[in-house]
Design a protein around this ligand. Sequence first.
Ligand code: SAM
Length: 162
Amino acid sequence: MAASIFLLLFVIVMCFGFVLLFGAPYLPTHKKQIALGLKMAALRKDEVVYELGCGDGYILREIARRGGRAVGYELNPILFIVAWLSCLKYGGRIKVRYGNFWNVNIAEADIVYVFLLEKFMKRLDQKMLAEAQKGTRLLSYTFKIPGKKIIAEAEGMYLYQY
Ligand SMILES: C[S@@+](CC[C@H](N)C(=O)[O-])C[C@H]1O[C@@H](n2cnc3c(N)ncnc32)[C@H](O)[C@@H]1O
């Protein structure tokens, strides 16, 4: 029994821990800031939002509730399952995919949403410059893109346009 609990705890710690090799640890964006950010990005009906590291899928559901289409990528298997299950009822409006978002092309996104860490922002800028269509908005919580002009900001939400 003790061995099973230990094994379970070990698996959980590993699921949350190994993600640190590729990106930010799990910490959800505050709900108030999500509403603020989506308003700031002026999400329009049927626009496609890519969330890079979608956690439990809460933001994907908020996007769908506002008429948008959401695609979320998550590397933590536990969070992926939670997000996938919780988004099922939104049918085709939300796609939850398991994988490393650095390996995903974001060209189809109208808006990209991230809550990463400062050390990944330069790499994200390079990815946006290489893949995003002209006009794609980037919404980042807490961390700024070094040297890039901010279109709008409020309470830790930063909006950029590529
Ligand atoms: C700071 S949390 C933000 C969660 C959610 N976006 C939010 O704002 O509430 C970062 C999330 O990204 C995931 N993540 C980190 N690196 C990743 C990667 N390279 N590919 C996919 N998901 C990643 C983590 O597992 C975690 O769920």
